[in-house]
Design a protein around this ligand. Structure first.
Ligand code: HEC
Length: 120
């Protein structure tokens, strides 16, 4: 068994944390559309969001520097994939937290994430 095969097996068994990540794979979203969606879904009624003037809510945390934050909601490792899942179903991601399910589709969640990741 060559080293590549061994690595692949270890990956399947233990996950690939040991292998350096090259950044988001298969992740793409449209940040301009994300802005429109954030307005449409009314995220700003609960969050202060930089770059979106009307988003001044104070129910949830301000989304300052969310693109470089280590954790989502203090629990979930912040990656584009995890952010998309969070947006699609916050209650599944962290049961009992105060952010509601809003019926956000996978594509919409990717576009919103692309915008949130511009908040460095
Ligand atoms: C009804 C209020 C409400 C709405 C609407 C809402 N959120 Fe939230 N959101 C929250 C609360 C409360 C939390 C904190 C959850 C926690 O930390 O347990 C949160 C957490 C988050 C977080 C993680 C923040 C952090 O500091 O880790 C992100 C990102 C986020 N929301 C984005 C959005 C986006 C984008 C929308 C619109 C699609 C949205 N939220 C709509 C209430 C809301």
């Amino acid at each position: 068994m060559g080293p590549l095969v061994a690595t692949a097996c270890a990956c399947l068994l233990f996950g690939c944390d040991a292998i350096p990540q090259q950044g988001p794979v298969n992740f793409s979203g449209n940040p301009e559309r994300g802005v429109a969606l954030i307005k449409q879904y009314g995220c700003g009624s609960c969050h202060l969001i930089p770059k979106i003037a009307e988003a001044t809510g104070n129910v949830g945390p301000p989304l300052l520097h969310i693109g470089t934050r280590t954790y989502i909601a203090g629990f979930i490792s912040n990656s584009p994939e995890n952010m998309s899942l969070w947006l699609q179903d916050p209650q599944k991601a962290l049961p009992g937290n105060a952010m509601p399910w809003m019926g956000i589709t996978p594509q919409d969640s990717r576009d919103i994430t692309a915008f949130l990741y511009t908040l460095k």
